[in-house]
Design a protein around this ligand. Structure first.
Ligand code: C5P
Length: 482
């Protein structure tokens, strides 16, 4: 399948650059003709001799080399004599340069002169990958139809872990094959569609269309490409491939909403550059070292909201009580146990543009916490349980000196839901209340019927999966912050 396909492999500066040698070997084994190109950073991790020996072809190395220009290996010639350009690993810096169109080194010049299939395999620290600047750059490339593979989640070189690892060479090889053989493979994930739509709308100055089917994205992507690039159909298919592989590897949480995937690829996404704090789950209020007061909150709704906001490009700090649901991808998570710890984590995360307080915070905590397990006395009465009020995080934040522009609270009610929510809006001083009736199976369940209560009135939303409630709410937050 790759026999005699000409691959230009650009290796940029990352500790993962050694994997590019294995990729070059696999490409050669598959019959591809590989030309290696080391950026300045790439050459600090991989030697030119190693890459040249593995590809078996002269390396492209220097924008200003008279020899290379003379031998027909100059940047324009390199950009005209390959079937695909692969940037693996692509560092944060290289992605930024690509997005901005820098051409001050050979890789930059070739990439600017290149108008064929382009596959990017990012590798960087998870915080760098999650940074709004990187999100914006990825979104720019996404809108241009660049295909991404990875990054993957896992341990990193700096003893950190998260999303940022270079995809393994066989996965990159498979992505190259897919791009070269079927550039329209796969259907974009629904969340990613919305994010891509918003990214393209933002870049082209259009308003994002409401959520819809795949046709809508194709149409919008098409109009963007047609108006901005002479090779619109090619680039359009690239965008779809990107959507698919990005979604698969990065954002299963796209129900992130993930980031979001689209997670998260955002820049031109509506919440790019915004910081949103989300609380989720219950709190546990200890009585003694083994007992605590808790509630039935699962964290499903709050976690889905965090993911959905990240999918729209926000930097999200999720302050999570003890839950059994996994951390959403592309979100910074602070795990806490008690209400007071939750308040401290929320305040530490300020400043923020918005806050969505979805946690079911315990209203009271035991006045005393025994240092040893409280023992049952033979025939003795049960010990008295004295409670004191917990701080109200939502009310505190709503009146905080560094109050986020938009503060959203939740109201879990079992009767007169909207009436109680309206009263709560005024009492807490927040901007919106998402009110839900928890008398049924909402707590721990997968669906939710909510009312969005604000000074402007009450909206009744139909019963929806929690992921869809999250996506709608994230859209509304984006609208409010626009
Ligand atoms: O007063 P109630 O618990 O019904 O209010 C619910 C809303 O207030 C939710 O948004 C919840 O996260 C928030 N809350 C809070 N701190 C508390 C109690 C509730 O932030 N101590």
């Amino acid at each position: 399948m790759l026999a005699r396909r000409r691959v230009l492999l650009i290796v940029s500066g990352s500790v993962a650059a050694y994997k590019a040698l294995e990729l070059a070997r696999l490409l050669g084994k598959a019959g591809a003709e590989v030309t290696g190109l080391l950026t300045g950073g790439g050459a600090r991790f991989v030697t030119p001799h190693a890459l040249q020996a593995i590809t078996g072809r002269p390396l492209a190395a220097d924008l200003w080399s008279l020899v290379e220009e003379g031998e027909g290996r100059g940047h324009i010639r390199l950009a005209r004599t390959h079937d695909i350009v692969v940037v693996a690993p692509a560092s944060a810096d290289r992605i930024a340069r690509m997005a901005a169109g820098f051409a001050d080194d050979l890789a930059g010049a070739v990439l600017l002169a290149w108008d064929g299939p382009l596959l990017v395999a990012p590798a960087m620290n998870p915080t760098m990958w999650g940074h709004p600047a990187t999100n914006a750059n990825v979104a720019t490339l996404l809108a241009r139809g660049v295909t991404f593979v990875g990054p993957e989640e896992g341990p990193m070189a700096e003893a950190e872990s998260g999303v940022g690892r270079l995809s393994e060479p066989p996965a990159i090889l498979a992505a190259i094959e897919r791009v070269l053989t079927d550039p329209t493979h796969g259907a974009p994930d629904a969340e990613l569609e919305a994010a891509l739509d918003a990214a393209i709308a933002g870049i082209s100055g259009e308003d994002a269309a409401p959520r819809g089917g795949a046709d809508r994205v194709t149409t919008r992507a098409s109009s963007f490409s047609a108006s901005s690039h002479p090779e619109a159909p090619h680039h359009l298919s690239g965008a779809e491939v990107h959507a698919s592989s990005f979604s698969a590897s990065w954002s299963s949480a796209a129900a992130v909403a993930s980031h979001a995937v689209a997670g998260t690829a955002s820049g031109a996404l509506p919440l790019a550059g915004r910081h949103v704090i989300v609380t989720s789950g219950p709190t546990h209020e200890p009585l003694d070292p083994v007992r605590y007061i808790a509630n039935r909150s699962s964290g499903k709704q709050g976690h889905a909201i965090a993911g959905a906001l990240a999918a729209l490009g926000a930097r999200v700090t999720l302050v999570a009580g003890p839950v059994n649901v996994p951390d959403p991808q592309g979100v910074e998570v602070r795990h806490v146990e008690t209400a007071r710890e939750m308040l401290a984590a929320v305040e530490a995360a300020l400043p923020a543009d918005a806050a969505v307080m979805a946690a079911a915070v315990a209203d009271w905590r035991p006045a005393e916490v025994a240092t040893q397990k409280v023992k049952k006395g033979e025939g003795a009465a049960a010990p008295p349980l004295a409670l004191v009020p917990n701080p109200d995080i939502l009310a505190t934040l709503s009146r905080h000196a560094r109050r986020p522009r938009l503060v959203v609270g939740f109201a879990a009610e079992t009767e007169r839901v909207v009436e109680h929510a309206c009263a709560k809006l005024a009492r807490k001083g927040c901007d919106w209340i998402v009110a839900n009736d928890v008398s049924g199976d909402v707590m721990g369940g997968d669906a939710n019927a909510v009312h969005l209560v604000s000074a402007g009135g009450v909206e009744d939303w139909p019963r929806l999966p929690k992921g869809e409630v999250a996506a709608r709410l994230a859209d509304r937050v984006a609208e409010a912050l626009r």
